[in-house]
Design a binder for this molecule. Structure first.
Ligand code: ADP
Ligand code: MG
Length: 225
């Protein structure tokens, strides 16, 4: 594994929101790299800017200033097909609240990114991922029929299905009980170690962060070491 390669570069990132006319500075000059193949954790208290940071990287929101580079390419310059390719194939996003669609089965939820971005899917790929994550028996169930842990592992399968360059995870254990959280963290560590997939996880949970290969700390929108 080439740990020296910078996969993601975040440079002097600022984000200010305007809340009822009052500006809130959520990010105040964030700079860090995610190296290819690593499992980087960013720890910080509630309100420190973690979700804002991931949303900027995922192009859900636009930073006020600063740069984000993936493999050297400035993602703010992406538009049209390139932006769709970035969102659909280069990143996988895992949310605290699963963000599954209630009226779709586990299988349909997992295939969702592909039905939009890349319709030719090997069924084997889905079955391999489901087997690895231990969710084969819930593939034909709806989210309401799944436990929290199963829902989050279905969401994890969805984030993996397009073979993204990097998984972005926002407090993925936040809604899980201790046992389900531990199982998910063990699976994500395996995704990183055996499948050599790069992961960036933000969390306020020291237990979850202990699974990472490197940890940075964020406070008031700044990284400190
Ligand atoms: P974390 O994920 O670490 O809890 P957030 O990134 O959600 O932190 O929030 C960082 C700061 O930005 C907080 O002060 C929060 O209130 C503010 N904030 C987040 N989203 C918005 C928004 N859409 N509008 C205004 N302020 C926001
Ligand atoms: Mg958050």
């Amino acid at each position: 594994m080439d740990y020296t390669k910078k996969l993601l570069e975040v440079r002097d990132l600022h984000k200010a929101y305007s809340k009822e006319g009052v500006p809130t500075k959520a990010l105040n000059g964030i700079t860090f790299d995610v190296l290819s193949g690593e499992y980087l954790g960013i720890m910080g208290a509630s309100g420190s800017g973690k979700t804002t940071l991931l949303n900027c990287i995922a192009t859900v929101i636009k930073p006020t200033s600063g740069q984000i580079l993936l493999s050297g390419a400035n993602i703010s310059a992406f538009d049209g097909a390139k932006l769709a390719e970035y969102r659909g194939n280069r990143i996988g996003y895992l949310f605290q609240d699963f963000a599954l669609l209630d009226n779709l089965t586990g299988r349909e939820n997992i295939l969702l990114p592909l039905s939009i971005h890349n319709s030719s899917i090997a069924e084997k790929h889905l079955n391999d991922i489901a087997g690895f994550l231990g969710i084969t028996d819930v593939l034909s169930k709806f989210p309401a029929q799944m436990s929290g842990g199963q829902k989050q592992r279905v969401a994890a399968a969805r984030s993996l299905i397009s073979d993204p360059d990097i998984i972005l995870a926002d407090e993925p254990t936040g809604a899980l009980d201790t046992k389900a959280a531990r199982l998910l963290m063990e699976k994500l560590r395996e995704v990183n170690q055996s499948q050599e997939r790069t992961i960036l996880m933000v969390t306020h949970d020291p237990n979850a962060a202990s699974f990472c290969s490197r940890i940075l700390f964020i406070q008031d929108g700044v990284i400190f070491h």
